[in-house]
Ligand binder design. Structure first.
Ligand SMILES: [Zn+2]
Length: 237
């Protein structure tokens, strides 16, 4: 056992003892069944731990995390996790949570090459490309922050259009999707106003959320409204 890992196991023993002292039978009950109402789809960044920042205990939130909180329609890992959450655990809310200062989003915005993840972050670059007229006129930091938020909005749209969620809504199972962004600088979450509870919400809610990032007047004149196409569509450059 490396010396550096020993404090983690010691802290674990103390945590488990403290939980059992404060709430006798906590682990025995939890061992029977998990019954979370929430699913969290977030970035793998170590500064954004789902349970801690929402005050939730073990058993209360079902979590999927990856680099830059991306939901891709061919990602069997994410889709399987969403399916298990919706069809077996019957979560009532799926929350996609991005965060400011996301290294994945920053790399996508700057076109930085960081390795294998470049292919994964291509999805975030597609978001940037799609909404470039709403982004490029902003100062660099504001552009990066806006892309962190827009990436969440796009991923909420992708969750909404997944077969799992479409089937869930078609059979009348209640499920709400949400998009939040987290600030590592103050520990606060912000709701991005992209809550969807039914198939007919997807296009109007998505469009309204994207329109909160205005294009400069010159870019608006005579151009198509790229927010009416729905999530995931990348126009020709
Ligand atoms: Zn991140």
């Amino acid at each position: 056992m490396p010396e550096r890992l020993k404090p983690l196991l010691e802290a674990n023993r103390q945590w488990a003892a403290e939980m059992e002292r404060k709430r006798p039978g906590f682990f025995t009950r939890l061992a029977q069944q998990q019954n979370p109402r929430y699913m969290w789809i977030g970035c793998a960044d170590s500064r954004v731990p789902a349970n801690e920042i929402t005050g939730l205990d073990p058993g209360e939130v079902f979590v999927h995390r990856n680099v830059a909180n991306v939901v891709v329609h061919s990602d069997l890992n994410a889709l399987s996790t969403i399916q298990f959450a919706v069809e077996h655990l019957k979560v009532e809310h799926i929350i996609v949570v991005g965060h400011y200062g996301c290294a994945g989003v920053r790399a996508a915005m700057r076109g930085m090459r960081i390795g294998l993840a470049d292919n994964w972050l291509r999805h975030v670059q597609d978001v940037r490309l799609r909404h470039r007229k709403r982004l490029e006129h902003l100062p660099a930091q504001a552009q990066e922050d806006a892309l962190c938020e827009m990436n969440v909005i796009e991923q909420v749209g992708n969750v909404a259009l997944s077969t799992v969620v479409q089937d869930c809504w078609a059979r009348g199972q209640p499920l709400a999707l949400h998009g939040w962004v987290y600030a590592v600088t103050d520990g606060l979450l912000k709701d991005l106003g992209v809550t969807m509870k039914a198939p007919e919400h997807v296009i109007p809610v998505f469009g309204a959320a994207i329109k909160r990032y205005p294009r400069p007047p010159a870019a608006t004149a005579g151009s198509e409204d790229d927010s009416t196409f729905g999530p995931g569509v990348v126009p020709a450059p």
